[in-house]
Design a protein around this ligand. Structure first.
Ligand code: AN0
Ligand code: CP
Length: 318
């Protein structure tokens, strides 16, 4: 594997899952693979899980790790080419990227959608510049349109808990006070479609996702109907995608907050969320604390997905 930015970079999903369970059984099995190799993690946005689990994954493989928080201590970066740099940004990303590449063997990048320009976001302008100019394998630690390390961990978690080959998985929009990217739901949809589960997406009108990610999923606007018989409920907020509403919050309707009311019509479904989660906006205390909540094992599986991805990238270096 050279770069990892979406499910399409995994050629065999079944094999990737087998590797995940192999690593989960012995996470230090490949502890020599990353000897004298350096991972650089570059964060344009905050993180708890991604930074810790990816660093842990690199340590499992014997790598060295450098972390750069662009907004804390680095020069403010200009990202547009052709700009006369007489403003508040002393450095251009076109120099910064190859410089970063010169200090490491692999680069992880977190760069959320900025909601300034839909085309730039959906063309993954920042992530693609890292791929083009760093000279290193690059993997996404959540970019503008996808969060593949999260979705891989979600898939591992579902595989561990499912009791039928093709469980019913429901992705539900839930309210949130601020505009959040579509990366997590886009990516989750892409991986659920690749896994060929019985997959339903539910959200209020106006929150339609990019059809390229929705794929074969059924879209159901009635949340209660969508939840009927679900084996897994995956909650997430996202801001509007379509038309002029791109990046806008159209609703904070707390009828969509996942509570016992909706969970009661499921097939005793497991509850999932990528975290961080706002309690009693996205999900009630009772549901997230219930025995059916998978949020902690799901987060723990981030170490596993990151270890599998870094292992495959390291194997491609040779
Ligand atoms: C981010 C998002 O919704 O994309 C990161 C989730 C992993 N969430 C927030 O910014 C709260
Ligand atoms: N789920 C996830 O990616 O969490 P962080 O934003 O804390 O990394």
């Amino acid at each position: 594997m050279r770069n990892f930015t979406s499910v399409n970079d995994i050629c065999d999903l079944k094999k990737a899952l087998d590797e995940a369970f192999e690593i989960k059984a012995d996470r230090f099995k490949y502890s020599e693979l990353g000897k004298n190799k350096t991972l650089m993690m570059v964060f344009f946005n905050s993180s708890l899980r991604t930074r810790l689990s990816t660093q842990k994954a690199a340590l499992n493989l014997g790598m060295n790790v450098i972390v750069l928080d662009i907004n804390q201590g680095a020069w403010k970066l200009e990202t547009e080419r052709g700009v006369i740099m007489d403003g508040d940004k002393p450095e251009h990303i076109l120099e910064a990227i190859p410089v970063m590449g010169s200090y490491c063997d692999v680069i992880g990048v977190r760069s959320f959608a900025r909601f300034e320009n839909k085309e730039d976001d959906y063309n993954e302008v920042i992530l693609n510049q890292f791929i083009k100019y760093s000279g290193r394998p690059v993997f996404s630690m959540e970019a503008a349109t996808r969060h593949p390390l999260q979705s891989f961990a979600d898939l591992i978690t579902i595989e561990e808990h499912k009791t039928k080959p093709r469980p019913k998985v429901v992705l539900t929009w839930a309210p949130h006070p601020k505009a959040l990217p579509q990366a997590v739901p886009n990516s989750f949809a892409e991986w659920m479609n690749a896994a060929d589960y019985d997959f339903v997406i539910t959200h209020p009108k106006g929150y339609e996702l990019d059809p390229a990610f929705v794929g074969n999923a059924r879209v159901e606007y009635d949340q209660m109907k969508a939840f009927e018989g679900a084996d897994f409920v995956y909650a997430k907020n996202w801001a509007a995608y379509t038309g002029d509403n791109y990046g806008k919050v159209l609703s904070t309707d707390r009828d969509w907050t996942v509570s016992e009311r909706q969970m009661a019509v499921t097939n005793n479904a497991y509850f999932m969320h990528c975290l961080p989660v706002r309690r009693n906006m996205i999900v009630t205390d009772d549901v997230i604390e219930s025995e059916r909540s998978l949020v902690i094992p799901e987060a723990a599986n981030r170490e596993i997905s990151a270890t599998v991805v870094l292992k495959n990238i390291l194997e491609g270096l040779k």
